[in-house]
Write a protein that binds this ligand. Sequence first.
Ligand code: HEC
Length: 180
Amino acid sequence: MKIFKLLFALFMLASITSCKDRRTPKVEYMPDMYVSIPYDADDAEGLNGNPVNSKPVAGTISRGGHPSYDIPDTADGYDKAKAELKNPLADSEKNLENGKKMYEIYCISCHGKKGDGNGYLSQVEKFEGIPSYKDRDINAGSIYHVIMHGKNLMGSHSSQLTYNERWQIIHYVEKLRADL
Ligand code: HEC
């Protein structure tokens, strides 16, 4: 009986200490779950040799999605956005609050806490010509356009922000502008 106990103890010891060895690769069960196979949607071979229809049909909008922004980065485009785009989100506490949060991440470094153009990057003269919002004749549509395309030294912020976050920031920028 003793020998069994001893063998059992040795077995447990071996199985515990063997876990310590991090250099040898572990057994992967179902490796597809770790490393997915990147099927190419444009490739007619696709899954199992059949075409994969995973691209949205042109002109359609996914459920819960938003139309892509197709107003061009031109002076006419700017005027069009300014004349036509309206903020689809309510000027609510919640939207303003999240707008402020996003503004303080993405815009404050240049435009400053109050929107007067006196952010840190302006103070250290890293960026010049950052305007006070008060001095610009802007509205929700033009601000959206500038977030999407940027303007001169200001780059586009379209990829950092979701559709809703952009419009929430716009509510906040308009509030800052009114308070200046
Ligand atoms: C790297 C610095 C920088 C950051 C970050 C930045 N801006 Fe700007 N922004 C500028 C500069 C510079 C201008 C002046 C562009 C011009 O008119 O030449 C400007 C101009 C603007 C204008 C006025 C455009 C007009 O139509 O006259 C708005 C509105 C604006 N920014 C909003 C934002 C918002 C919203 C964010 C954050 C999502 C942001 N900016 C982030 C540098 C910045």
